[in-house]
Design a protein around this ligand. Structure first.
Ligand code: ADP
Length: 494
């Protein structure tokens, strides 16, 4: 058995990657699936389509290497988090489209609960804030809006799962209804210290406990696959939410180690070890993973618009043809020429949480060119992550000195150097920027004895380091103007 199979079920595509013993990807298959927008602010996925796309990429990757199920030592699953599926236990059919993490339909319900004073209780138990982003209010919405759903749920006929549970249910033909601690910790229903579903929260959100999967560690053999289309008998051996999996894939396995994934949005996460750090600045505490009896916690901050600002310059303003062109264009000017771009295109995430902020560009003069715009956009990605770094430092009580990075924008040297400069931090960029799938592969490899934890640290393959080399005075001036710009973009839409 020479390979670990990673299933990476993301928000826009399903992927399968096969890794060899040296943790090199030897086959990759990817398939996009439909995004369904029934109303403004609503986003759904067809759970059946997700499953079918996943089957198809697993088959494709295995065929590429002419593999059979007996060649696979273990399967690791990583997935888009918080997205909710409800299905009939008897037929395995979803009762509705999945409601995706980005969906805002339950925002009013969250405001109502916040106004009623429930946020401190929820933060204390789950480490999260009251926001439509998380699963609980989406489950409640389905129970209240799909015909007969609540009655069926009360009779024990329905199952709830985040995408990992849905995949495992299908991989095992309904044999296993499970999730792992990292996914459970994003539902608003799981007590991350007691490590159990929380009765008080289930009552608050009006969710029958019979819906819930059992919660497992992130790295153990849960059971074999039993599906004829992809082969039987492959041990399913790891589950982790995408950001937690990336943290593990970056081998940030000691307390104090941090990673940032620069994709559509930017996600900063720091391993806080055995300690749940409660944020005083509206970051999220979450479970990173559990291996054996050991639970590792993390602190997380998310920025909604990262690489998406580059997509907007490309598709909205047609400033360049490809995202990668942004680097040459931005490098054609010496500096931002006084231009600051606050990309609050969908409001601002952590630490501001201002859904009324809107995008704004400041400091435009007659000398401003599209090169300055490109530069200001790239710099804005780093400025936002810098705010998260500063906030995390306040919560953790010590400065983060090294950051491992991944995701599409991490290829952009100008952005990465600017991050190192303004955050006064050393940045390590690995060869392989696809760390999300790698994390699930590592967790599965550990569970089946394919790799040992000690070996993994040797597999870590840092390709390039970036260190700060901008005078403090210049950094202070850049941050001064950025802060001023953010202040003016806030609370715009009414
Ligand atoms: P996701 O997983 O969120 O889909 P990816 O990690 O694949 O995101 O990164 C895609 C994002 O990275 C896009 O928003 C794109 O605009 C941006 N991007 C890709 N390459 C570059 C580059 N060389 N410079 C700047 N941005 C880039």
């Amino acid at each position: 058995m020479k390979y670990i199979l990673a299933i990476d079920q993301g928000t826009s595509s399903s992927r399968c990657i096969l890794y060899n013993q040296e943790s090199q990807p030897v086959a990759v298959a990817q398939q996009e699936f439909r995004q369904i927008y029934p109303k403004p602010g609503w986003i759904e996925h067809d759970a059946e389509e997700i499953w079918q796309s996943q089957v198809s990429v697993i088959k494709q990757a295995m065929q590429e290497k002419c593999l059979e199920s007996s060649d696979i030592a273990g399967i690791g699953i990583t997935n888009q988090r918080e997205t909710v599926v409800l299905w009939e236990r008897k037929t395995g059919k979803p009762i509705h489209n999945a409601i995706v993490w980005q969906d805002r339909r339950t925002a009013d319900e969250c405001t109502r609960l916040k106004d009623a004073g429930f946020e401190p209780l929820i933060q204390a138990k789950t480490g999260l804030l009251l926001d439509a982003y998380f699963s609980a209010t989406k489950i409640k919405w389905l129970l209240n809006n799909v015909e007969n759903a609540r009655t069926k749920a009360e009779r024990g006929e329905l199952a709830f799962g985040t995408i990992d549970s849905w995949l495992v249910w299908n991989l095992t033909q309904g044999e296993l209804h499970i999730t792992d601690v990292s996914n459970a910790s994003r539902t608003l229903l799981y007590n991350i210290e007691q490590l159990q579903w929380d009765e008080e929260l289930l009552k608050l959100f009006d969710i029958p406990p019979s819906l819930l999967p059992s919660v497992k560690t992130s790295s153990e053999v849960y059971g074999p696959t039993q599906h004829p289309d992809i082969g039987a008998g492959m041990p399913i051996a790891a589950i982790a939410g995408d950001q937690q999996s990336a943290l593990f894939g970056q081998l940030c396995n000691q307390s104090g180690m941090a990673k940032c994934t620069y994709g559509t949005g930017s996600f900063l996460m720091i391993n806080t070890g055995r300690k749940k750090v409660v944020s005083k600045h509206r970051l999220l505490s979450t479970i990173a993973w559990q291996i054996g009896t050991e639970v590792t916690y993390a602190l997380e901050g998310s920025v909604f618009i990262g690489g998406a600002v580059i997509q907007w310059l490309r598709d909205g303003l047609m400033v360049f043809k490809q995202a990668s062109d942004s680097e040459a264009l931005a490098s054609s000017v010496q500096d931002n020429g006084g231009v600051y771009f606050v990309p609050a295109l969908t409001g601002l995430g952590a630490p501001h949480w201002d859904s009324h902020a809107r995008g704004a560009i400041f400091g435009i003069t007659r000398g401003t060119t599209h090169a300055h715009l490109a530069r200001a956009a790239l710099e804005s990605i780093a400025f936002q992550v810098d705010e998260l770094l500063q906030t995390m430092t306040l919560d953790c009580g010590e400065a983060i000195t090294q950051l491992r990075i991944d995701g599409g924008v991490a290829k952009n040297n100008l952005m990465v150097q600017f991050q190192a400069d303004i955050s006064n931090i050393s940045i390590a960029r690995p060869d392989n920027l696809e760390t999300t799938a790698l994390g699930a592969a590592y967790l599965a490899g550990i569970a089946v004895g394919f790799w040992k934890m000690e070996e993994l640290n040797q597999l870590c393959c840092i390709n390039q380091m970036f260190t700060s080399n901008l005078p403090t005075k210049q950094v202070d001036s850049l941050k001064y103007y950025w802060t001023k710009a953010v202040g003016r973009a806030k609370n715009w839409a009414e």
